[in-house]
Design a protein around this ligand. Sequence first.
Ligand code: IP8
Length: 246
Amino acid sequence: MGAPCKSAVVKLGGGLITDRSRPETVDENMLRLAARQLAEYVSSGGRIVAVVHGGGSFGHYRVAEALRGRDSLVPSDAPAIQYSMQLLSLRVADALLDSGLKPSIHAPHTFCLRPGKCWYDVLARDYALGLTPVTYGDVVPDGLKLVVVSGDVLAANIAEALKAECLVYATRVPGVLDNDGRVVKVVNTAAIAGLAMEGYNVTGGMKAKVEAALRASIAVPRVVIVGGENLYRALMGEEVGTLVKP
Ligand code: IP8
């Protein structure tokens, strides 16, 4: 067992906190379980730099709907997708509030000029004030295009920019699974080559998550992919899920 994380960015997977089989449906039990574990982590002395959540049956559903009959998004698709993500964000904030945390929501399309050009100063300000910044995967215009900004990448970038000690991805599955369905204890660039890592969504599923986690692991001391029910244990330094190493 390692030391507890002093500070952490936590990504709550969209597949974890929503019911992927039903449009715009929250998995209330899972979301509340995650929120309680985050509150317990704070009570144990941990600091949450930011909570980032994915799109699940909100954002991914709306993106798929906008893409029906076409192959790319345009800025006029943004309102419906952004609205859906804001709805989910309010539900996340509601669960965090009920657990005793103090969430402040930040929409990426207001702090990213375009994908890859984001400023995290307002999140840093709220973190310094003792609030819990909440943000999420979103759609952000890029010239005349509209691009999906993945929460996985955002979480990695925030952890790096705000110098979090840990980056924890909480998912519906217990970690990165090998081809026999067993949790891989450690992944690095060499080890992922042989893994199938199926599970597709518009931002690339587990494969894209591992790639974002690997990039972050160069600067962030501890990066873990873990099942949602083990979030607290991962934050407290227990060896659960998959440790991601450069
Ligand atoms: O679920 C995607 O975020 P992710 C957000 O973290 C949208 O990949 C709008 C589909």
